[in-house]
Design a protein around this ligand. Sequence first.
Ligand code: BG6
Length: 463
Amino acid sequence: MSVISSDAFVFFGATGDLAYKMIFPALQALIGSGGLRMPIIGVARGKMTLDQLRERARGSLREHGGIDAVAFDRLAAQMQYIDGDYNDADTYARLKQALGKANHPLHYLAIPPDMFGIVVEGLARSGCATGARIVVEKPFGRDLASAKRLNRILHDVFPESSIFRIDHYLGKEAVENLLYFRFANTFIEPVWSRTHIDNVQITMAENFGIQGRGSFYDDVGALRDVVQNHLLQVTALLAMEAPLGYEPEAMRAEKLRLFQAMRPLKPSQLVRGQFRGYRGERGVAADSSVETFAALRLHIDTWRWAGVPFFIRTGKCLPLTACEVMVSLKEPPLAVFDAASTARTNYFRFRLGPEVTLAVGARVKRAGERMRGESVELLARHRSVGEELPYQRLIGEAIRGDPSRFTSDACVEAAWAVLDPVWDNAGPVHEYAPGSWGPEAADAIASRHGGWHDPKKEKARPC
Ligand code: BG6
């Protein structure tokens, strides 16, 4: 692992949506914690001035997490801005000048993937890529072929060890805890396989729509926006074998094996939906067939998981915002006391956000003469005190050159390979009512395993 820290932070797409929602808050937090004493250079085609960019940063922080006066002043003072066309050599010449004495800049590409090639070439020609690292955002390509193309473009200029493919789910404590919990507790391993687990469900529900991101979203859809990356990563952490040590290479190797064991998705294992009203959103085609909802069934062909379906469901405009994993255990072999239950009674439930909860579902005897029971949850709630924002954490690690929480070229390609069979044959997109759990057609995906588990609103309970 490289020990050289980056000495300048450059972000392309400085006037864009991602910078506004995620990067400015992360930068302010990094400055606040002392982790970013270097030039911060925004680059964009925004037709803005530096002062206007500072105002935009202020607006971003007001909306996303609040202004820390001291850190913000430092951020504003450290900030520089280059307004220019990504196709124009002059943009990179000005960047080179702005970098001054910095020899190891970190370039963050918060721009659409079709611009990556142009910017990478511009960086290389101008000498700005020398000694540099690069951070690229998801979705990393549109399919396996384009992801391979992008990897080639990056590898022409940067060694793999200098490329950081960011997926903010990997910066979340609750997501990381999936792996920790599995391998730090002896009671998990004996049940964590096809012998005791009936099925695994991951639901990422959002009760809002596309929030003005029409032109981005209509080019991408739910599968590319969150399934290929966030939700397959969560699946990998739930299903992979223990890494041989905590070195980044060991983690990547096990993850890769897991992605490679995922059976390529068949169109019959996928149902797509689109919320009513989506086609009227700004930036969305009037006849768009892009999905805002996807439900799918995955199979992992390993000794541990053969025959255990992994269900993934995600959508915009669903009844609530929650990301939850439900690992359902098989029922006991005999119903000795009560009649056999139709409800899920034995399970592990991981609420990954917005609240963080870990619950184990169990049956216990209800007080009284008869041997009757009820379902209860043993619950642990996590309170995030001093937890870093995912982007803060990941940008900080990229600056320090730590690749542990970033995705390798091989893993990204293997994850695309799982979804590749459906791009040309994804089936119809079913309309669903905003506020519902998606189209009815999605029920069939999980029907043989007790149907979908709908995350509930978490009750406010003391920790
Ligand atoms: C982003 C997607 O990557 O993740 C968004 O582009 C989605 O569409 C978001 O809303 C969800 O992230 P989180 O951290 O709020 O679950």
